[in-house]
Design a protein around this ligand. Structure first.
Ligand SMILES: *Cc1c(COP(=O)(O)O)cnc(C)c1O
Length: 411
């Protein structure tokens, strides 16, 4: 596994521009990836959103309001927990960035409350969102309730059956859950339907997208709202240990918690960065959702990135025991970071993730989300190859939501 950037002047330049903010460029491109592949009717809405980000996000007023909601309602800063018993077991020094302790149980709330605040300033009348496992739906429902915005969440029929408790939570929070019976009846179809709703009324409706994917400027917007994870973790590591970690590890579905942890660390070249994708049951197409490791370039949901597709360009079904990683695409910034070699990406299957989840429960008294367990397993594997190192792990969420799945699996 290469530790260093693949050192060409071109890659150095791309990394420098990611760090100084001149990437994505004016077309929303991250090198060859990203962009805006949408119907003509959506272009003005995306331009308004871009304009709104420029107008509001850097003002002291907006930042103050966001800071207030993050502190008083989300519960930030989230702790950085030492994990000494995991450390002993792995032969490493282990630190956990505890997004599982954020309100509604995962990092997704950072993005939802931020976008809802922005939507309010853009003067929209209603919010639409999509959800797969229901985590982004719950976070958006909570944020919309908090800010008094009506919200509709699109969710596939299959996911509605699989994730009944989250459907109830959304409804209890005042959100309308709309059943999607078209397409694959899971997350991919839900995103299609949310976009369709938005196209029909792009002025008064705001589409609250849940990961670092989609057409420009969404990947940038989500990265900026999730960067609080890496900014806090970096400062906390320095405050507590006086040092930066040797490596930071996070799981990658669409890529929002990972880019939130990684982006603020990109310039710290001593820190290795490792993203972990879901290997599911095996390497065959349809058995996993390891997009960066096994995918090929293509367009999905408005951006050009890596994609799980067959030889005819048909997007493929995916599998992972963790619903939050079960998506056939990935954010364009990750595609670029892999291409230039600044971040390495590994794959962890269902069984190894479950084993890491059980270990974390027993040794640290923390039940991680199945998604986060992939990061734990990836970190453990790395620790065995690189003894005695300081490891920072993004604990993207808590596992309470996974109890219906875990009940069927061995302890
Ligand atoms: C949704 C989710 C993920 C995957 O989404 P990303 O956008 O890749 O972060 C990971 N962990 C948890 C707990 C989630 O809910």
């Amino acid at each position: 596994m290469p530790v260093e950037l693949i050192e060409t002047p071109q890659n150095e330049d791309l990394l420098r521009r990611l760090i100084d903010g001149s990437l994505p460029d004016q077309f929303g491109r991250y090198g060859m990836f990203g962009g805006r592949f949408v119907p003509e009717t959506l272009v003005p809405a995306l331009e308004r959103l871009e304009q709104g980000m420029r107008e509001h996000m850097d003002t002291e007023d907006f930042r103050e309001e966001l800071r207030g909601q993050l502190h008083n309602w989300v519960g930030r800063p989230t702790p950085l927990s030492p994990a000494p018993r995991l450390g002993d077991a792995w032969g490493a020094e282990v630190w956990l960035k505890r997004e599982d302790l954020a309100h509604t149980g995962a990092h997704k709330i950072n993005n939802s409350i931020g976008q809802a605040l922005l939507a309010k300033r853009l003067g929209v009348k209603r919010i639409v969102a999509e959800t797969g496992a229901g985590q982004h739906g719950v976070a958006s429902a909570a944020a919309c309730a908090r800010l008094g915005l009506p919200c509709r969440v699109y969710m596939g029929e299959i996911d509605i059956e699989r994730q009944a408790p989250n459907v109830d939570r959304m409804r209890r929070l005042g959100t309308e859950v709309f059943t999607v019976t078209t397409g694959d009846r899971t997350l991919r179809a839900a995103i299609d339907e949310a976009i369709r709703d938005w196209v029909s009324d792009p002025k008064d409706t705001y589409y609250l997208l849940g990961s670092a994917i989609g057409p420009h400027p969404y990947p940038l917007l989500v990265q900026r709202l999730q960067a609080v994870i890496g900014e806090e973790a970096r400062a906390q590591m320095l405050a507590v240990t006086g040092e930066l970690p040797d490596i930071a590890v996070a799981c990658v579905g669409g890529g929002s918690n990972a880019i939130g942890l990684f982006h603020p660390l990109l310039g710290d070249r001593s820190i290795q960065l490792l993203g972990i994708e879901a290997g599911g049951r095996g390497n065959a197409l349809g058995e996993h959702s390891a997009t960066l490791s096994h995918g090929t370039p293509g367009v999905l949901h408005g951006n050009y990135s890596m994609l799980l597709q067959d030889a005819n360009g048909q997007v493929q079904e995916t599998h992972s025991v963790s619903a939050g990683l079960d998506y056939p695409g990935v954010g364009p910034e990750h595609a670029l970071l892999k291409t230039i070699g600044r971040v390495q990406y590994g794959v962890i299957g269902d069984d190894e993730a479950l084993d890491a989840l059980n270990e974390c429960c027993r040794l640290e008294g923390i039940l991680p989300a199945l998604e986060s367990a992939h990061a734990l397993a990836g970190a453990r594997r790395w620790a065995r190859e690189n003894p005695g190192k300081r490891i920072l792990i993004g604990m993207s969420g808590r596992g309470d939501k996974d109890m219906p799945t875990l009940r069927t699996l061995p302890i």
